[in-house]
Design a protein around this ligand. Structure first.
Ligand code: AMP
Length: 545
């Protein structure tokens, strides 16, 4: 884009956009908004935002006393609860950088990222004490460990310099003079475990976080307001919990944080009903658990209005059954760690609401329309931009104030036009609905045709006896590569031919897999996605044709 010389400036104040402003606003305007949590040491904790920020000020004083200065990294290994929320604000608003560590990573990866980030202090949930005890000897930067509990509930722990959180903050003043921060300074850090090499660090800024909070809270995205009660099931250790720990206090939405009980359908249903949750967000598998529990226990969830599903493709059954059985609308969202994370959100345009149920479903299954703040571009394999025609697909690239320009300690990672390559392959229809057809490395190339592995997975998981499925490309003597589907059944035996027949009429015949394998389970990454890398390596010697 051509840069123009400025000959007249706007006269608006150039105040920096910082998380401290979210906190100040939330404290003053939404201070009585409740935050409900389940923690390791408390099965039901309730207080309001004013209490949270008072304790954040104590924590900021404690961090200062520990010598944590501007830009220093503070690690958390923690579930979604009120102490983690206090850390979110105390660390970033005091000028340090909140490094949320994903406890589901392999211990060696956790070791690597704590050393790579040079964290000096680690706040951790008691449940992760054994994990830290195992790797502590290989971590050389950390001086202090703080266990997220109180002295009387603290289990025995072999770490050096360990203290419980309540004692850590107890003696500190409830007032803290928050420093004036610059909007582009780092606020938090989250590593993404790519498919190759070590995890890579994404460094968010105060500005990106504030803009993402504003953009994601809009009505045709998360639609947050003080009328909402939000239960984020997306972990606060993964992409800032999709920013809900910022956008909910900013808008006055009540937060319900289920701590270590995120995968427990019964607890989630109880929380929804006791706290009158209206909106919740997380990855598909969480909702499949909840759906199963609700159906089995004949429980209703009358207050729940919307479920936001992201992280991987949303199965049709979720949208259908939550709608038909519980009157809950399921919305697909897409994003990534490098995008803070929100990129697209699925909300039906008014003109589409009169379509047949089947036609509406074809839109709802797409990943949604791009939100303001993200510029999206689909390129063909030569790098030319593809029209939004809904059938041509290519590499999806993004640009915007909450999109990463590079990785921590690795420099820039954008193309010549300043776009970041998401690694996703997608099409966009004329109404702006984006559909992911694959990850670029997972597309199957068969005799010059591109076959979407995701489309083949979506079809077969609709089979009543299929629990989970993955499709990968297997080398083929004639076609270069052909699709193979790996199936986990719901415990019943299925004939291979039945699987192949299920595809007939649903995709072009050249897309139907050549081979079917059955497995007890499929490999997953630390963020719950299918690990096709592991699956490919498992079948590395297989050749078809
Ligand atoms: P992560 O950075 O771990 O959150 O992973 C981001 C990747 O997850 C994206 O690049 C997509 O490949 C995938 N992803 C996220 N949301 C969706 C979605 N709604 N449907 C399909 N894939 C998704």
């Amino acid at each position: 884009m051509q840069q123009m010389e400025i000959n007249m400036l706007g006269q608006m104040m150039n105040t920096p956009l910082t998380i401290t402003d979210i906190m100040r606003h939330a404290d003053k305007v939404n201070g009585d908004t409740e935050v409900v949590s389940i923690t390791y040491d408390n099965s039901y904790h309730k207080y309001c935002l004013t209490d949270a920020f008072r304790r954040s000020r104590q924590l900021a004083n404690a961090l200062q006393a520990s010598g944590i200065g501007q830009g220093q990294r503070v690690a958390t290994l923690a579930w979604n609860d009120y102490r983690h929320l206090e850390l979110y604000y105390a660390v970033s608003c005091s000028g340090a950088v909140l490094h949320t560590v994903n406890p589901r990573l392999f211990p060696e990866q956790i070791e690597y990222i704590i050393n790579h980030a040079e964290d000096t202090i680690v706040f951790f949930d008691p449940l992760f004490a054994p994990l830290l005890e195992k790797i502590a000897k290989n971590i050389n930067c950390v001086n202090n460990f703080v266990m997220l509990t109180s002295a009387d509930k603290m289990p025995k722990c072999d770490l050096d310099n360990v203290i419980d959180y309540e004692s850590y903050i107890a003696s500190h003043s409830e007032t803290f003079d928050w420093p004036q921060l610059q909007e582009n300074q780092a606020s938090s850090l989250c590593y993404t475990s790519g498919t190759t090499g070590h995890p890579k660090g994404v460094v968010y800024s105060h500005r990106s976080t504030v803009l993402h909070s504003l953009g994601s809270a809009l009505p045709d995205a998360f639609s947050l307001s003080m009328d909402q009660t939000v239960m984020p099931i997306v972990p606060m250790f993964h992409v800032n919990g999709w920013g809900l720990a910022y956008s909910a206090p900013m808008t006055g939405a009540k937060l319900v944080l289920p701590g270590p009980k995120m995968a427990d359908g019964e607890t989630l249903a109880e929380l929804i009903n006791n706290e009158k949750v209206t909106m919740t967000a997380g990855v598909p598998v969480i909702w499949l658990n909840l759906l199963e529990h609700l159906k089995q226990s004949d429980t209703d969830i009358p207050t729940l209005d919307r479920i936001i599903v992201g992280g991987s493709a949303c199965p049709e059954i979720l949208i259908n059954e939550f709608d038909e059985l519980f009157n809950v609308s399921v919305h697909h969202a897409w994003g990534m760690t490098e995008m803070s994370p929100l990129g697209t959100f699925n909300q039906l345009k008014p003109k589409l609401k009169t379509l047949s149920d089947e036609q509406k479903m074809s839109y709802k299954l797409k990943q949604g329309r791009v939100v303001f703040g993200v510029d999206i571009r689909i390129e063909d394999w030569q790098g030319n931009e593809i029209d939004w025609n809904g059938f041509e697909f290519g590499s999806m690239k993004v640009r915007g104030p909450w999109v990463a320009s590079g990785y921590y300690k690795q420099g820039e990672h954008t193309d010549d036009n300043g776009y970041f390559d998401t690694g996703d392959v997608a099409s966009i229809d004329p109404d702006g609905y984006m559909l992911i057809t694959d990850r670029s490395k997972d597309v199957i190339k068969s005799g010059g045709e591109w076959i979407s592995s995701i489309e083949l997975e979506n079809i077969i998981v609709a089979h009543p006896d299929v629990k989970e499925a993955a499709v990968i490309g297997i080398p083929h003597r004639k076609w270069g590569e052909r699709p193979m589907v790996v199936i986990v059944t719901k415990g019943v035996e299925i004939e291979e031919q039945e699987i192949l027949d299920f595809y007939k009429g649903k995709v072009a015949s050249f897309c139907i897999p050549d081979a079917v394998e059955f497995a007890e389970e499929l490999p997953h990454t630390a963020t719950g996605k299918l690990s096709k890398k592991d699956l490919r390596s498992h079948y590395k010697d297989k050749i078809l044709g």
